[in-house]
Design a protein around this ligand. Structure first.
Ligand code: UGA
Length: 435
């Protein structure tokens, strides 16, 4: 099939690359010329494992192209997939301005037979709203499909190629069948629903996962108070198939470009419709408090953080991505520097993006060794592989004293207990102090 993808962010680019990989002819459009130039050289503007390799091989096979010209991309497209951003607006609602612009742009060049698919995360009713905009501009009935995305950054290719499900929401049966056909090579279960249900499935899923994280974080706080171990508790809970093991990792809260904004957008939709979704308010509140957890613990340990040198390991909101949106590291660096601490931050890929948000309040380092040299304590913020595999005795030799506040429970007990001198404060587990 001939497919056009609008928007080359994480979702659009991963989708376009994967659709070309399963045999379709894909052309990706973006208004950002720099991005398109880079992509045309076979380089990915984002860090996403495995993406660049697939990008290059499908470009060489002639199945994947990039352009800034809507006219060129839409002239022959049978399906247009819109994957532009829907950032959080000032009132918590999703900002639909990129989507509205995309609707106007495509209405100029699409064919009457073309199916328009919204993959961007959009509030219930948005597909109908965008359909009206396109129809007003093009003058004929448009075939609309809602096809929400469930891929995670850092494992976008894997999540697309081996998805748990594909949701296709449409009032147009033929359009829904054609979408099913487009995805057939993936061999993934497909759920056909109404447009509104598909839109709701996306928000309900993300809000549920965010709530699952806040729930386990509250259990972790309780475990600390009573002396239980949240990892064992999560394991025991997760063995129950009704609960499931995934997304029960306690830590310093969820971040990223999706959960924080989607939970707020769903809450906004609930409010607009007179539904008091109080549970979601708690999900957000628990997450806000959790982000400060390491600072709270360090204050308890040191009394004051004035003049303390803190090595902050990991800046990205999760491993395997350079994305800094809503990363807990932003809250932590701001709290630490506000309390007079000196922060030496390390991240294998996110420093460039971090600098744009955090600025020069912290010193950026190029290795874990450099970050921890002379430090009073380590904050583990992102569970990168090189952080998890670090040799603790080597760190100890570089620090005044090996004190670790681990926000991601990166080490097993045996590794900690093998140290000759350590203070280790994990989340939801008793601290280990060896002197
Ligand atoms: C999330 C969803 O998982 C995807 O299904 C969805 O498609 C995507 O949002 C989206 O809407 O586009 P993503 O934000 O990339 O994906 O990353 P996740 O792996 O879900 O992690 C989100 C946050 O939750 C991270 O900060 C992570 O550290 C945190 N988390 C995750 C925990 O604290 N504990 C866990 O057990 C799992």
């Amino acid at each position: 099939m001939k497919i056009a993808v609008l928007g080359t962010g994480y979702v659009g680019l991963s989708t376009g690359v994967c659709l070309s990989e399963i045999g379709h002819h894909v052309i990706c459009i973006d208004i950002n010329e720099e991005k398109i130039q880079l992509l045309n050289q076979g380089r990915s503007p984002i860090y996403e494992p495995g993406l660049e390799e697939l990008l290059v091989s499908n470009m060489s096979a002639g199945k994947l192209n990039f352009t800034t010209s809507h006219q060129k991309a839409l002239a022959e497209a049978e399906i247009i997939i819109i994957a532009v951003g829907t950032p959080q607006g000032e009132d918590g609602a999703a900002d639909l301005s990129y989507l509205e612009q995309a609707a106007k742009d495509i209405s100029k060049y699409m064919k009457e037979s073309t199916i328009v698919v919204i993959k961007s995360t959009v509030p219930v009713g948005t597909n109908d709203y965008i359909k009206k905009i396109i129809e007003t501009h093009c003058g004929y009935r448009v075939k609309m499909v809602s096809n929400p995305e469930f891929l995670r950054q850092g494992s976008a290719i894997q999540d697309t190629m081996f998805a748990d499900r594909i949701v296709i929401g449409s009032e147009d049966k033929a359009a829904a069948e054609k979408m099913k056909e487009m995805y057939r090579p993936l061999n993934v279960p497909v759920l056909l629903t109404s447009t509104k249900s598909a839109e709701m499935i996306k928000y309900a899923s993300n809000a549920f996962l965010a709530t699952k994280i806040s729930y386990i974080n509250e259990i972790a706080n309780l475990c600390e108070a009573v002396g239980a171990d949240v990892e064992d508790v999560a394991k025991g809970m997760g063995k129950d198939k009704r609960i499931g093991e995934a997304f029960l990792n306690a830590g310093i809260g969820y971040g990223g470009s999706c959960f924080p904004k989607d939970v707020k957008a769903l809450l906004h939709t609930a409010g607009q419709n007179g539904v008091n979704f109080a549970m979601l308010k708690e999900t957000i509140r628990v997450n806000d408090v959790q982000r400060e957890l390491l600072v709270t613990k360090a204050l308890k340990r040191f009394g004051s953080l004035q003049g303390k040198r803190i090595a902050l390991l990991g800046l990205a909101f999760k491993p395997e991505t350079d994305d800094m949106r809503e990363a807990p590291s932003i809250t932590l660096t701001s709290a630490l520097t506000g309390l007079g601490a000196e922060v030496f931050a390390y991240d294998p890929v996110a420093i460039e993006n971090a600098r744009k948000i955090i600025g020069d309040r912290v010193k950026y380092t190029t290795s874990i060794d450099e970050a921890v040299s002379g430090a009073d304590a380590i904050f583990i913020v992102t569970e990168w592989k090189d952080v998890k595999q670090v040799d603790l005795e080597v760190l100890a030799a570089k620090m005044k004293q090996l004190i670790i506040f681990d926000g991601r429970n990166c080490f097993d007990e045996n590794k900690i207990k093998a140290c000759s001198n350590i203070e280790y404060y994990p989340v939801g587990k008793p601290p280990i102090i060896i002197q």
